[in-house]
Design a binder for this molecule. Structure first.
Ligand code: A5A
Ligand code: ZN
Length: 498
C-alpha cells in the first residue's frame, strides 16, 4: 500500500499548495460554503486531513494522522468519564455462529448486516465466524463464566474497538460506516432490573457530560418500540441536529433486562443462596461523535475545535519584517512558556506567508492564534486571534492566563451558538401538513399518544422518522395526538435521520 499512501500525501499537498499566497482566494477555492452542507462536509474531511475516503472498500475509511489525533483526544474524554467505575477490556472480533445465533431478537436485528468468515486459508471452517456488528454475543458467554455471586455485581466493562456492519443504506464517512473503527461499547450486569435501569440513566448522564465538553447540544428521547436495539426492553438515544436539519443518532443506552441473561444463562447466587438471572444494560458511541463535533461547530473556513479536544490548541505565527532571528527567538520563548502549561502549541516557522499559515491553521480548527511581529515585540504585546474571529492585543507577560481565558470563552460561545442554532431548527407542529413542512428543514415536535399504529401512520404520512418520546422535561399541556386526536401530554420528535 506504499504507493497509495504516497498518493495521499501528494494529493493533499497539491490542494494545500493552491493559492497559498492569498488567503481569501484560497479559502474560496478550497471549501464549499457550509450552507452546501454535504459538499462542505466531505471536502472538509479531506482538506483538514481527518479522514481519507479513498480506501478501496465501500464504507471503510482511513484516519489521517491529524484526524486520529482528534479522535484520540475525543476518546480520551470518554475514557476519563468511564474509567472511575468501569473496567476497560477487549474481546475477540470473531464470534462463533452458534453463539451469535442464540438470541432471537438480536439475530433478527442484525442478520442482514453481518459479515461472515467462512474459510481459514483454503479450508472451509467447521463453524462460521461472524465479524462482530456489536459484541453482546462475544461478551455475554464470558460474563456467564465471570459472574458467580452477588459479590461480583455490578460488573461494568467497556471496550473501544472496531465493529462491522454490512450497511445497505448510503454509507458516509464517520456517519454510516461498514467498518465502525471507534465503537465504544459498555456492558453492565446488575442484580435487579431497577439497578440496570438506573445504569441506563447514569450512561445517558455520562454521554450528556461528554457532549457538553464537546460543546455539542443534543436531543434525548426514548426510541419507539419498533426502533429499539434488537434484544432490548427499551433504548434511550441522543440525537444531534445537523446543519441541514437532519438528525444524527450519536449515542444510545439500552436496557436489556434479563433477555440476554436467559439466553446465555448468566446467573448469580443471591444472598439467600438462590440462583438469579442478572439484569443488563449496554450503551454505545461511535465516531459519529466526531462527525457531529465537526458539523456543528465548523464554518466556511473549516474546523472550529473546542480547546479540550483540539490536537493543536495554539499556533504561533511569526510576522517577519526585517531581521528574522529576533522575532523567531521571541516566538520560541512564547512557545516554551505555553508548553510549560502543557498547552498543545505549534510554532509555525515555515517559509510560507502569514496569510497561508492563517488559512492552514484555521482550516484545522486551532482555537487560538498568536501573532508576533517587530512592532508587537517593541510594544511588549502579542496579537491574539480566536478561531471565531475575536481579536485582542495582550501584554506578553499575560499571555498564558489570557490564552486559557479565551479558550474557555470560546467553548462557551460555541456551545451557546450551537444551542441557539439547534433551537431554531425545532418547531412545534399541530397537524400532519405542518409536520411534513417542518421536517423538510428541521425537527418537528408533535403530540403522539404513544400507540404503535399512530406512530407508524405518523411516519408514513409525514415522511419522516419518529425519534420517540422527548425526554428533556419540556412538558407540554395536553394536546391532541397528530393522528388519532386523543389528548396526550407525550411529545415526540419527528425528523429526517442520517
Ligand atoms: N451494543 C449497543 C451499545 C449498540 O450496538 N448500540 S447501537 O447499535 O445503537 O450502536 C451504538 C451507536 O453506534 C449508535 O447510537 C450510533 O451512534 C453508532 N452507529 C451505529 N451504526 C453505525 C454505523 N454504521 N456507522 C457509524 N456509527 C454507527
Ligand atoms: Zn394516537
Amino acid at each position: 500500500m506504499d504507493p497509495n499512501s504516497q498518493d495521499v500525501s501528494s494529493d493533499v499537498k497539491k490542494g494545500q499548495g493552491r493559492g497559498q499566497d492569498s488567503r481569501p482566494e484560497s479559502k474560496e477555492a478550497k471549501l464549499p460554503p457550509k450552507s452546501s452542507f454535504s459538499e462542505w462536509y466531505h471536502e472538509l474531511l479531506k482538506a483538514a486531513e481527518i479522514i481519507d475516503v479513498r480506501y478501496p472498500v465501500k464504507g471503510m475509511c482511513v484516519w489521517f494522522p491529524f484526524g486520529f489525533a482528534l479522535r484520540r483526544s475525543v476518546y480520551g474524554i470518554i475514557r476519563e468519564l468511564l474509567d472511575p467505575d468501569h473496567y476497560e477490556t477487549q474481546f475477540p472480533l470473531l464470534i462463533p455462529e452458534q453463539e451469535f445465533m442464540k438470541e432471537a431478537d438480536h439475530i433478527k436485528g442484525f442478520e442482514d448486516e453481518v459479515y461472515w468468515v467462512t474459510h481459514g486459508g483454503t479450508s472451509p471452517l467447521d463453524v462460521k465466524l461472524a465479524l462482530r456488528p456489536t459484541s453482546e454475543t462475544a461478551i455475554y458467554p464470558m460474563f456467564k463464566l465471570w459472574i458467580r455471586s452477588h459479590a461480583d455485581l455490578p460488573l461494568k466493562v467497556y471496550q473501544i474497538i472496531n465493529t462491522f456492519r454490512y450497511e445497505t443504506k448510503h454509507t458516509r464517512p464517520l456517519i454510516r460506516l461498514r467498518e465502525i473503527t471507534s465503537f465504544k461499547e459498555a456492558h453492565t450486569a446488575h442484580a435487579t432490573w431497577d439497578e440496570a435501569a438506573e445504569q441506563v440513566e447514569v450512561a445517558v448522564k455520562r454521554y450528556a457530560e461528554f457532549y457538553r465538553r464537546l460543546a455539542v447540544p443534543f436531543l434525548e428521547s426514548k426510541r419507539p418500540s419498533w426502533d429499539k436495539f434488537p434484544g432490548a426492553d427499551y433504548s434511550i438515544a441522543l440525537d444531534v441536529v445537523m446543519p441541514d436539519g437532519r438528525t444524527l443518532q450519536v449515542g444510545t443506552a439500552h436496557l436489556l433486562g434479563t433477555n440476554f441473561a436467559r439466553t446465555y444463562e448468566i446467573t448469580y447466587e443471591d444472598q439467600k443462596g438462590e440462583q438469579q438471572y442478572v439484569n443488563q444494560s449496554c450503551y454505545g458511541i461511535s465516531e459519529r461523535c466526531i462527525a457531529a463535533l465537526i458539523s456543528v461547530h465548523g464554518d466556511d473556513r473549516g474546523l472550529i475545535l473546542p480547546w479540550l479536544v483540539a490536537p493543536t490548541q495554539v499556533v504561533i505565527v511569526p510576522i517577519i519584517f526585517g531581521e528574522k532571528e529576533p522575532i523567531l527567538e521571541a516566538c520560541r520563548q512564547l512557545e516554551g512558556a505555553l508548553k510549560q502549561d502543557r498547552i498543545r502549541v505549534v510554532l509555525d516557522g515555515s517559509d510560507e506567508r502569514p496569510g497561508a499559515k492563517f488559512y492552514k491553521w484555521e482550516l484545522r480548527g486551532v482555537p487560538i492564534r498568536l501573532e508576533l511581529g517587530p512592532r508587537d515585540i517593541k510594544n511588549g504585546v502579542v496579537t491574539m486571534v480566536r478561531r471565531d474571529g475575536v481579536k485582542k492585543t495582550v501584554p506578553i507577560s499575560d499571555v498564558r492566563s489570557a490564552v486559557v481565558k479565551e479558550a474557555e470563552d470560546l467553548s462557551a460561545v460555541l456551545y451557546s451558538r450551537a444551542l441557539e442554532l439547534m433551537k431554531s431548527k425545532i418547531k412545534d407542529v399541530h397537524n400532519v401538513e405542518e409536520a411534513r413542512e417542518q421536517t423538510l428543514i428541521g425537527v418537528a415536535r408533535a403530540a403522539w399518544c404513544g400507540s404503535v399504529d399512530c406512530g407508524h401512520e405518523m411516519e408514513d404520512r409525514v415522511g419522516a422518522n419518529l425519534l420517540g418520546e422527548a425526554r428533556d422535561g419540556q412538558q407540554q399541556p395536553d394536546r391532541p395526538c397528530l393522528i388519532c386526536g386523543k389528548q396526550t401530554f407525550a411529545t415526540t420528535y419527528l425528523a429526517r435521520q442520517y
